[in-house]
Design a protein around this ligand. Structure first.
Ligand code: PCA
Length: 206
């Protein structure tokens, strides 16, 4: 093990869902003593106003080597390693504060998109070796996850040495079961293996 520090975030449930797989993943990692003090967890509200500030505040308190953010992407079938944070809000769904952002730039002065410097190809390969369904995604959507991702990638401009990556996970089977359209889902065990594999590769790397 090296002495790297990782900030791992997840989200509370939103839009009427009783659970969010990213929160459950976070709780599991928090309980796993093998990650002890190297992985700090932070649960975020699904709020355009609050979530990016909470991540920035945590990053201001301590220097992290990697900021890994987890979120639910209902309907997707693979673990999605998000390559890009888009400088754009586009949604008709309110966040959990009841606020719906106006369609448009998150930060008008900033570039249209910011790319992760995390080794997503390497992580994808690693997960494939563990038979975990995974892909590199080019869109984290237009809702809170993309907003937090973009804003965090912006903060990294002033934290050289830190990389950030957003990872979207599918619904859990129990979430998909109740829905008429029967969306894709993934077992918790598989998602947990994906997150742990990435965490270990960071902590066991150079
Ligand atoms: N998924 C949402 C916000 C919170 C979450 O877990 C998204 O993809 O924007």
């Amino acid at each position: 093990m090296n002495n790297k520090k990782i900030l791992l975030t997840g989200f509370e449930p939103f839009l009427g869902e009783p659970i969010n797989p990213s929160q459950i993943l976070l709780e599991n990692i928090k309980r796993d003593l093998t990650f002890n003090d190297q992985v700090h967890t932070l649960l975020l509200p699904v709020s355009f106003a609050k979530a990016p500030r909470l991540v920035a505040a945590a990053m201001a308190m301590q220097t992290y080597d990697v900021v890994l953010m987890l979120g639910q992407a209902g309907g997707r079938k693979n673990i999605c390693l998000e390559r890009v944070g888009l400088n754009w809000n586009e949604t008709e769904r309110p966040d959990e504060d009841g606020s719906t952002p106006v369609r448009g730039s998150i930060s008008p002065e900033a570039p249209a998109a910011l790319f992760t410097a995390a080794p997503v190809e390497q992580w994808m390969q690693l997960l494939k070796e563990h038979q975990i369904p995974v892909e590199i995604s080019l869109s984290a959507g237009g809702y809170v996850c993309n907003n937090v991702y973009f804003r965090t990638l912006q903060v990294l401009g002033s934290s050289p040495g830190t990389v950030a990556c957003f990872i979207h996970v599918p619904y859990l089977p129990e979430q998909a079961e109740g829905k008429a359209e029967r969306p894709a889902s993934m077992e918790l065990e598989t998602m947990l293996k994906a997150v742990k594999t990435i965490l270990r590769s960071i902590l066991e790397g150079p």
